[in-house]
Design a protein around this ligand. Structure first.
Ligand SMILES: [Zn+2]
Length: 271
């Protein structure tokens, strides 16, 4: 019985992805770094220099990070696009959609010095047209604002519904049960904003979850892009009763009857 695993022979992957690039990302990234975990941060390049703040329903003022803070803050984490100006995309022409994606990608690449390959849609409206634009712009995945509340990996990387939004009822139960998840390539994906940790007063609870992830020997912290690239490579694996083939460019991990092993790029393992 062959079972697919994540890098390092881990049974489960944990991913946390926060949107909008706000001031609370600074302590949140520190928290991730303290536990040697990775996050994905979806930023709006056109809103960084603006000094405005918006009032959250709780009364808290939410402020964007300035550009100068962004270039260094996210080292070791993934930066992804969230459009230039965070528009509601339903009203946009195709040219406007393309501008929001191409321009944000280019601006974030200039700012971070890294390739930007991920996209998360602003607000909750998504369409096949956005997916097509994201693929045409060179993104490798597009995350929607839908939630799935399950631990199976996404089937379509351009219609990637998130696992769970961390302020919704049932979230903590979802996060707790993950550590017993039996699904193959089990994934816990959490989405939200770092300012939610202030407004919902859940910094301590989130830190306890991150600590548990860091201490769990069967869970690997991955960015969205790392996940997509690994899962796409795993999709290429050929598994028969006689052998396993890895035609991808990545080392893949498996277990057989509890024995963990890896297969190098291009490798073939007779069974
Ligand atoms: Zn947003």
């Amino acid at each position: 019985m062959i079972r697919k695993l994540y890098p390092g022979g881990k049974a489960r992957a944990f991913n946390i992805t926060y949107d909008d690039g706000v001031l609370q990302d600074i302590p949140f990234v520190s928290l991730l770094n303290r536990y040697r975990l990775k996050g994905t941060f979806n930023l709006n390049s056109g809103l960084m220099e603006q000094e405005f703040a918006w009032e959250h329903p709780s009364g808290a003022l939410i402020r964007r990070l300035p550009t100068a803070a962004v270039s260094r803050l996210y080292e070791g984490h993934e930066v992804a696009s969230h459009t230039v100006t965070h528009p509601y995309m339903q009203g946009l022409s195709r040219d406007e959609m393309m501008y929001q994606l191409v321009q944000d990608k280019a601006a974030l690449e200039a700012l971070t010095g890294r390739e930007i390959r991920g996209f998360a849609v602003p607000f909750d409206w998504y369409s096949d047209e956005i997916a097509q634009c994201a693929a045409a712009c060179g993104f490798e995945y597009a995350r929607t604002s839908q939630e799935r509340y399950c631990y199976t990996p996404p089937g379509d990387y351009f219609h990637w519904a998130a696992g769970a939004y961390h302020i919704m009822p049932g979230f903590w139960h979802f996060a707790e049960r993950f550590f017993q998840a039996e699904e193959e390539l089990a994934l816990c994906q959490i989405v939200g904003h770092s300012y939610d940790l202030d407004t919902e007063r859940m910094w301590q609870r989130m830190e306890a979850l991150l600590k548990r992830v860091a201490e769990d020997p069967d869970t690997l912290s991955m960015t969205n892009l790392e996940l997509v690239r690994y899962l796409k490579a795993m999709d290429q694996a050929v598994i028969t009763t006689q052998r396993i083939e890895n035609p991808s460019g990545q080392t893949l991990w498996f277990s057989r009857d509890g024995h963990v092993f890896s297969l190098a790029p291009g490798g073939i393992l007779p069974l």
